[in-house]
Design a protein around this ligand. Structure first.
Ligand SMILES: *[C@@H]1O[C@H](CO)[C@@H](O)[C@H](O)[C@H]1NC(C)=O
Ligand SMILES: *[C@@H]1O[C@H](CO)[C@@H](O)[C@H](O)[C@H]1NC(C)=O
Ligand SMILES: *[C@@H]1O[C@H](CO)[C@@H](O)[C@H](O)[C@H]1NC(C)=O
Length: 492
């Protein structure tokens, strides 16, 4: 008995000291802890503490990481060895080759600290990347060979911030940041087409912008979402939480990118952390053709009908076992919206629900009935880390899982098996070797990969990392962009 109590105490202590975020147990938590921002502030504080520790130890000095000289294939031992004998330049991998790497310093940043990223393919097929850093956005071209060519940068608008989020709309890049008085930058990527890479250009934040959207409460926004087909963006998580739109969805009309205006907002479910807004096509006939936003709202999946921006509505709010910090998600198929996948950024740390062993969980939702979504299953990653951003193209979910790097899941079996039993990880590239020696082969912490862009026709994938810089990788089993093995091309 004594030994048993002792063991309990020891494990409780180990558990407590390992926790990044110290909050009441998820079951005891009230929605007030979310709506007040207490949970969000705790995660934010944990991130800042990690990054401060890394800054102090020099890990955020990206100039320590040399540019790659040649591509490195993932070998039959599942390693991409950039420098023989250097554990920090030996990357665990499966079916993904490393094509190029440039540090944030080589990508023109003084501060480093990678965040979001996105991509753009020009009308003549050239592929470009926008790479978030604390002091702005670096622009690069990715050649068909995978070579990453730095072209220049758009500095931050007000002050540097480790949070910078990037999407594209037509040939424009749309950039928001948590920095106060930043606003949303709208910049024409066609300016990159004529740059001579020998002379990278630092653009002006006054003269070179197409426009700056400034109608946010205090200029900050957590994320930016674009609905390309309907010509608008949404600022989500634009604090403060007690401002008029309650940090919910703030619509930004982009029909005239030189004059963005806001037709309205919806703050009825409070803070929105991330969202996907698309025209609905799918089994729920009541909503066919409507403009739907899937909101990832800290403790719930919240689905909005935003067809009328001045009179939008909430269709449903759904939580799930394990909900700790509902972070981001993506529909399985935009042409037939019957399932979506979401990730939770805190369930690993809190050992909540199916994340009780600390391994990341991809939650599967059946949204056949938009008014009553149901969690139909989940996928458990075998790689100890936190799952962060995922985007799904043609039956493959590309996930940026912090210290576990980019992971690619074949999720094309979900329509046949919504429990997730058929999901397979088909490829990965672990850009963060620093945690590989740890007991579970990884770490639950905010390190490594923040985001990636995997929607280039070439199949090249841009991975932006917090510490080092940007990697270009590619799945070895596909010529162009990959697809899931049960992926059925949507009937048009
Ligand atoms: C790898 O990087 C970590 C963190 O920067 C450092 O502590 C460690 O000494 C490095 N290991 C090697 C083999 O260089
Ligand atoms: C949108 O809602 C407003 C407010 O209810 C209404 O006046 C307007 O006619 C609606 N617009 C459309 C296109 O239905
Ligand atoms: C936001 O959604 C709520 C819930 O459906 C609705 O009552 C409210 O009118 C909407 N707000 C706006 C400004 O459209």
């Amino acid at each position: 008995m004594k030994t048993f109590t002792g063991l309990l105490l020891v494990s409780a202590l180990a558990f407590a000291s390992a926790r990044l975020v110290d909050l009441p147990e998820p079951e005891l938590r009230t929605s007030e802890l979310y709506s007040s921002g207490a949970v969000h502030e705790k995660i934010k504080a944990a991130k800042l503490a990690t990054w401060e520790r890394k800054r102090a130890s020099g890990d955020l000095d990206s100039s320590r990481y040399p540019a790659l000289r040649a591509p490195v294939a993932c070998n039959s031992d599942g390693l991409a060895i950039v420098e023989e004998g250097n554990a920090n330049q030996t990357f665990k991998c499966n079916n993904i080759d490393l094509l190029d790497f440039k540090s944030h310093a080589d990508l023109g940043s003084v501060t480093g600290r990678g965040s979001s990223s996105w991509g753009w393919t020009s009308a003549d097929g050239r592929e470009f990347a926008a790479i978030g850093q604390a002091d702005g956005t670096a622009f690069a071209e990715i050649l068909p060979s995978g070579e990453l060519i730095y072209l220049g940068r758009l500095p931050q608008q007000s002050e540097p911030s480790p949070w910078r989020e990037i999407r594209t709309y037509k040939n424009y890049v749309i950039i928001g940041s948590e920095a106060e008085y930043h606003g949303v930058q709208i910049f024409d990527l066609e300016k990159l087409l004529k740059i001579d890479a020998a002379k990278p250009v630092t653009f002006s934040t006054t003269k070179d912008l197409t426009s700056l959207f400034n109608d946010l409460p205090i200029g900050r926004t957590h994320n930016i979402v674009v609905h390309e087909e309907l010509d608008y963006a949404v600022a989500v998580g634009a604090q403060p939480r007690d401002s008029e739109c309650l940090a919910g969805l703030i619509f930004i009309d982009l029909k005239d990118p030189s004059n963005p205006t806001s037709p309205g907002c919806n703050g009825s479910d409070g803070y929105v952390h991330d969202a996907q807004c698309i025209i609905y096509h799918g089994p729920d006939e009541r909503y066919e053709g409507r403009d739907i936003c899937y909101g990832y709202n800290e403790d719930t999946l919240t689905i909005y009908d935003v067809t009328n921006k001045t009179a939008s509505s909430i269709i449903s709010r759904t939580s799930y076992v394990g909900a700790s910090y509902t972070h981001q998600g993506w529909v399985l198929d935009p042409e037939w919206q019957q399932y979506l996948l979401l990730d939770d950024e805190l369930d690993e740390d809190e050992a909540a629900g199916p994340a009780k062993d600390g391994f990341p969980v991809t939650y599967i939702f059946d949204i056949t009935d938009l008014e009553n979504p149901k969690q139909s299953g989940f996928y458990k990653s075998k790689s100890y880390s936190i799952d962060h951003n995922q985007y799904i193209y043609d039956g493959l979910s590309y996930q940026s899982n912090y210290g576990a790097g980019i992971r690619v899941l074949d999720v094309s079996s979900i329509p046949d098996d919504p429990t997730g039993g058929g999901i397979e990880e088909i490829a990965y590239f672990d850009i963060y070797p620093e945690d590989d020696h740890l007991p579970n082969g990884g770490i639950i912490d905010f390190v490594g990969t923040w985001s990636h862009y995997a929607n280039y026709p070439s199949g090249n994938i841009l991975v932006n990392t917090i510490e080092r810089g940007a990697f270009v990788v590619k799945l070895s089993q596909f010529d162009g962009r990959g697809r899931g093995k049960n992926w059925r091309k949507p009937q048009s």
